[in-house]
Ligand binder design. Structure first.
Ligand SMILES: Nc1ncnc2c1ncn2[C@@H]1O[C@H](COP(=O)(O)OP(=O)(O)OP(=O)(O)O)[C@@H](O)[C@H]1O
Ligand SMILES: [Mg+2]
Length: 305
C-alpha cells in the first residue's frame, strides 16, 4: 500500500456532531472510503475517469450502470485488484493505492463476486471457513475443530436471519440467493468494514432478489459500509442511501437518496433518447398504453446533467 501524505478533505465529508470537539463544536469524521476524480486506464483505453464516490459505515452506496460502464473497474480499484491511475482513493481519510486484494482485506474491504468462489460439494460450514479453518489441539495433533465451525456458521447465519436446516449440506444445494447470503454473512463474521457486492441480484428471480436485498440491509444495520453494484434501479433504490451512475466509464450523476426518485434513476440509466425510441416502437406495435405512458413520464422527470 502506498500512503500519500497529502490527504484532501472537502465540505462533502461527514461531520459527527454527536461527539463535540471542545473548541470547534464539530468533529471531523472522514468517510470510510472516498474516491475523488478517480480513474483507470489500460494502456490508452480509459475504462474509468473522474469518479467521485463516498462510502460510510451503516450506509449503502449503489453503483449503477449498463454493460461496459466501468462498474467492475471501479470495484477492482477498491478491492485492490487494480491500481487507480488518476485521482485519489482514501480509506478513513488517508490516501492509499492498494496493491493486492489481500491488502484490501486486511484493511477490512471484502468483495463478494457474482461467480462466488465456493466449492459446491463441500458443506456450508466448510465453505464458510474456507482458507481460515479453526483448529484445536497442539503440534502434530492439531485437527480441524469441526463442531466449533458448524456452531459458529449456524449462529452467524441465524444472526443474519438465515435459518438453514443443516449447515452440513453441500453449499451447491442452496439457491443462488442463499449462497450470496452465506457469502455476506462470512464477510461480516471475518470483520469486513466495507462490503462490495458485484451484481448479487443479476442472475436471480424476483423473490430471491428480495432475499438478497434484505441481507444487504442487515449488513448495513450491522454497521458495514456496503457498495452495491447493479444495473437494476428497482433493486438499488429501496436499499440505497446514495447512487453513482456510470456510463461509458464516466460518472453521469451522483445523488443522495433525498435528491432523486426511482423514475429519475431509471430515466438516467436508460437515457432520454433511448426511452423515447422504445416508447415509439411500442406504440407502433400497439403496445400497452399504460406502459408507454410510464416510459414517457420517466423521460420527462429525467434530471439534466
Ligand atoms: N483489462 C482491461 N483491458 C482493457 N480494457 C478493459 C479492461 N477491463 C475493462 N476494460 C474496458 O473498460 C470498460 C469498462 O469495463 P468494466 O468491466 O469496468 O464494465 P462493467 O460496467 O463492469 O460492465 P459489465 O456490466 O459488462 O460487467 C470496457 O469498455 C472494457 O472493455
Ligand atoms: Mg462488470
Amino acid at each position: 500500500m502506498t500512503k500519500n501524505t497529502t490527504s484532501q478533505h472537502d465540505e462533502s465529508e461527514a461531520y459527527d456532531v454527536s461527539t463535540e470537539n471542545a473548541g470547534t463544536g464539530l468533529t471531523h469524521v472522514p468517510h470510510l472510503l472516498s474516491l475523488k476524480g478517480a480513474g483507470k486506464s489500460y494502456g490508452n483505453i480509459i475504462a474509468l475517469s473522474d469518479v467521485d464516490m463516498d462510502v460510510d459505515a451503516g450506509r449503502v452506496t449503489c453503483v449503477l450502470g449498463d454493460n461496459g460502464a466501468g462498474k467492475s473497474t471501479l470495484i477492482k480499484i477498491i478491492a485492490g485488484r487494480h491500481e487507480h491511475t488518476t485521482g485519489t482513493f482514501e480509506i478513513n481519510g488517508e490516501s492509499v493505492t492498494l496493491k493486492s486484494p489481500r491488502e484490501a482485506l486486511n484493511l477490512g474491504i471484502a468483495a463478494v463476486y457474482q461467480d462466488l468462489a465456493v466449492v459446491p460439494l463441500m458443506p456450508i460450514w466448510r465453505n464458510f471457513f474456507l482458507g481460515s479453518e479453526l483448529k484445536r489441539g497442539w503440534g502434530p495433533l492439531r485437527i480441524l475443530d469441526v463442531e466449533e465451525m458448524k456452531r459458529i456458521t449456524k449462529r452467524e447465519l441465524l444472526e443474519m436471519g438465515i435459518d438453514l436446516r443443516d449447515v452440513d449440506q453441500p453449499i451447491g444445494q442452496l439457491s443462488g440467493g442463499e449462497r450470496q447470503c452465506v457469502a455476506i454473512a462470512r464477510a461480516v463474521y471475518f470483520g469486513a468494514k466495507a462490503l462490495i457486492l458485484d451484481e448479487p441480484t443479476a442472475a436471480l428471480g424476483v423473490k430471491q432478489s428480495g432475499v438478497v436485498l434484505r441481507y444487504i440491509l442487515r449488513a448495513r444495520d450491522r454497521g458495514l459500509g456496503v457498495i452495491f453494484i447493479t444495473h437494476n434501479p428497482h433493486h438499488a433504490f429501496p436499499v440505497g442511501d446514495r447512487f453513482l451512475l456510470l456510463k461509458r466509464g464516466k460518472s453521469i450523476g451522483y445523488y443522495e437518496k433525498k435528491d432523486v426518485t426511482l423514475n429519475e434513476l431509471t430515466a438516467q440509466m436508460a437515457g432520454g433518447a433511448e426511452l423515447e425510441e422504445l416508447a415509439h416502437e411500442l406504440e407502433q406495435v400497439g403496445g400497452n398504453t399504460a406502459l408507454i405512458h410510464q416510459i414517457r413520464e420517466a423521460e420527462v422527470t429525467s434530471p439534466t446533467v
